[in-house]
Design a protein around this ligand. Structure first.
Ligand SMILES: [Zn+2]
Ligand SMILES: [Zn+2]
Length: 73
């Protein structure tokens, strides 16, 4: 039996919202990741400049950290 989406009220198999529920992990695309204060000093994966504890950094998606020096906005 087909259920209706409680958000769009479409049948779930016609509901873009429902069909986008990822039951398999979507491929990780490079996109902006949230900044957060570094818990420890380190160095920027992009330019190898150092950052200190408390400086804003974000993941580069490959196990490294990007510091504000290399904000690619
Ligand atoms: Zn839905
Ligand atoms: Zn940098």
């Amino acid at each position: 039996m087909t259920q209706r989406c409680e958000i769009t009220e479409l049948f779930t198999d016609q509901c873009a919202h429902c069909r986008r529920i990822p039951d398999e992990p979507a491929p990780e695309r490079p996109r902006r990741r949230p900044w957060f204060p570094a818990a420890f000093p380190g160095c920027c994966a992009e330019c190898l400049d150092t950052f200190d504890e408390g400086d804003l950094i974000r993941s580069d998606g490959a196990g490294g950290w990007i510091a504000e020096c290399c904000d690619d906005d």
